[in-house]
Design a protein around this ligand. Structure first.
Ligand SMILES: NC(=O)c1ccc[n+]([C@@H]2O[C@H](COP(=O)([O-])OP(=O)(O)OC[C@H]3O[C@@H](n4cnc5c(N)ncnc54)[C@H](OP(=O)(O)O)[C@@H]3O)[C@@H](O)[C@H]2O)c1
Length: 305
């Protein structure tokens, strides 16, 4: 049944100081009363307190962008990563199921090993190679087990105005150094936190709050900007666009040297192929996903203005 107009829904957002959490505070605001909680207000490593918090607020929608996202640190901190990314996701799902609420949760391209030749579809076999990827998969599995009505949005290469990310790192390095070396054999789609938050709001508004909940198309969806790039191509575009805005840089796009990932070793393995097929999301929810350059230009306009 569609909701009556006078019923103002409550939406609880975790991780409100993260890249996506920060943007969700903006994008969800017109939908209802947003309870945005940072780590101090809602600690995902404390499952009992988390349950109590949800029971206290009884939200119509729980949106969970909070996560243990320190990918390299997770390799030696598995217990903490699994507690936040696995156990807590399951707790939120169980509480959502009890309340009859919708859970929106975010997952990652790291659930795949990156060896597929083409874009990953939702039904492709998962095979995470990092602790982070395994912990995020544990979250997906706990949500599925709960029976909750849940939207699991797998995204990749996220960058937002609020928080640390690759685009900001390239800008900082481009200001400090004459030349940079950037990995050119890993591929994905640079996706802004704003896009992730806006798509979330569109789906929640149109298909859950104003839609027929009995036919809501819960499940796992890939959400990323259109197009694709290597980290190297992404870095080139960041510096090219910054220069076009008149930003003083020591490095120029031509001085960004492409290197293989093998020359930039990190603690956690990264998938070489993070390209997500987003057809299911676009077709199910009538969503347009603009090319990644559009979002990154807008992000740079914000960061550099
Ligand atoms: N960033 C990417 O490239 C990327 C790619 C694919 C998928 N994702 C997924 O997308 C979602 C959003 O990512 P993001 O980029 O917005 O991440 P982010 O900027 O790192 O934000 C994560 C937030 O989670 C919070 N957090 C960490 N541990 C917590 C705990 N124990 N209790 C409560 N909050 C906790 C952090 O709090 P503090 O601010 O206090 O540290 C932070 O605000 C995550 O599920 C992530 O796995 C991200």
């Amino acid at each position: 049944m569609p909701r009556k107009a006078h019923q103002i829904p409550t939406l609880l957002v975790t991780g409100s100081n993260g890249q996506v959490g920060f943007e969700l505070r903006r994008s969800l605001a017109p939908l209802g009363i947003v309870i945005a909680l940072d780590r101090a207000g809602c600690d995902l490593s404390r499952p009992d307190a988390l349950r109590q918090l949800i029971r206290q607020h009884r939200p119509d929608v729980i949106v969970n962008p909070a996560a243990y996202t320190a990918v390299d640190k997770a390799e030696t901190d598995a217990e903490a990563a699994f507690a936040v990314n696995g156990t807590a996701a399951g707790v939120l799902a169980e509480e959502a199921e009890t309340l009859g609420s919708l859970l929106v949760h975010y997952s990652t391209d790291y659930v795949f090993d990156g060896r597929k030749a083409g874009r990953y579809v939702e039904s492709d076999a998962v095979n995470p190679e990092s602790v982070y990827g395994k912990s995020k998969l544990a979250g997906e599995q706990a949500i599925a087990k709960s029976g909750a009505t849940a939207l699991v949005l797998r995204t990749c290469w996220v960058a937002g105005a609020h928080g640390a990310n690759f685009a900001k790192t390239m800008l900082a390095q481009g200001r400090e150094r004459d030349s940079l070396c950037v990995v050119a054999d890993q591929f994905g789609a640079p996706t802004t936190a704003a896009l992730v938050a806006d798509v979330t709001a569109q789906i929640v508004a149109r298909h859950w709050l104003c839609g027929d909940r009995a036919t809501f198309a819960a499940g796992t969806y890939h959400l990323a900007a259109g197009g694709e790039a290597s980290w190297h191509a992404y870095a080139v575009e960041v510096l090219r666009y910054a220069a076009s805005l008149g930003i003083a840089l020591k490095a120029d796009p031509a001085s960004i040297l492409p290197i293989p990932a093998s020359e930039y070793p990190l603690a956690a393995p990264r998938p070489a192929n993070s390209r997500l097929d987003t057809s299911k999301l676009r077709e199910t929810f009538d969503i347009h996903l603009p090319d990644w350059q559009q979002g990154i230009h807008f992000l740079l306009d914000q960061i550099l203005s």
